[in-house]
Design a protein around this ligand. Structure first.
Ligand code: ZN
Length: 176
């Protein structure tokens, strides 16, 4: 069985700014009012015969939305973003967060933005495609700790009404 959460109606939303470096029209800082749809497929189990508790899905999804809400999303693995003093390692995000300002270049444009205004993401792009995978991976990690019956998780990140990307991940319990 599959349970479905509608992002608009369940209030799974965030509003963020982003930039798609190198893209003709999206290569400028601009924003979206995103909403996130979630589908979970699995066996019905437990006292209540649930697939999953809606409450858990909403909580975990909203935690991710809150992290991204009202921030500029910066994909640190984008080849066109030149950070000052860049080193690809696990500590780079922490380092950027601890700086007062983050300085980077895209093509000939130079940016200096307060770090508190940004969220640094371990992604090559902040497209709907990459964000849907990002949400799915985090949700999978949370759910794997509390559920043993889930088969698939799908997350659709919508950049607006009628425009979204859905990523589906099969739950591989043996991997954890
Ligand atoms: Zn955009």
């Amino acid at each position: 069985m599959k349970i479905i959460l509608n992002g608009v109606q369940s209030n799974l939303r965030f509003s963020s700014a982003h930039i798609i470096p190198g893209h003709e029209s999206c290569g400028y800082i601009h924003g979206h009012s995103y909403f996130v749809d979630v589908e979970i497929q699995g066996k019905r189990v437990g006292k209540f015969d649930f697939v999953v508790d809606f409450k858990d899905i909403k909580k975990y999804t909203r935690e991710i939305c809150s992290k991204l809400d009202h921030k500029l999303l910066i994909p640190i693995y984008n080849d066109l973003i030149e950070f000052e003093d860049y080193k690809v390692d696990d500590l780079f995000i922490e380092k950027l967060k601890n700086q007062k300002n983050v300085d980077f270049k895209i093509d000939k444009k130079r940016y200096s933005i307060p770090s508190v205004d940004c969220v640094f993401l371990p992604l090559p792009y902040t497209s709907a495609e990459e964000l849907s995978k990002y949400f799915t991976d985090i949700l999978a990690e949370k759910l794997i700790k509390n559920y043993v019956n889930i088969e698939f998780i799908s997350v659709c990140v919508n950049e607006g009404i009628g425009q979204g990307a859905m990523f589906t991940r099969e739950m591989d319990y043996e991997k954890y």
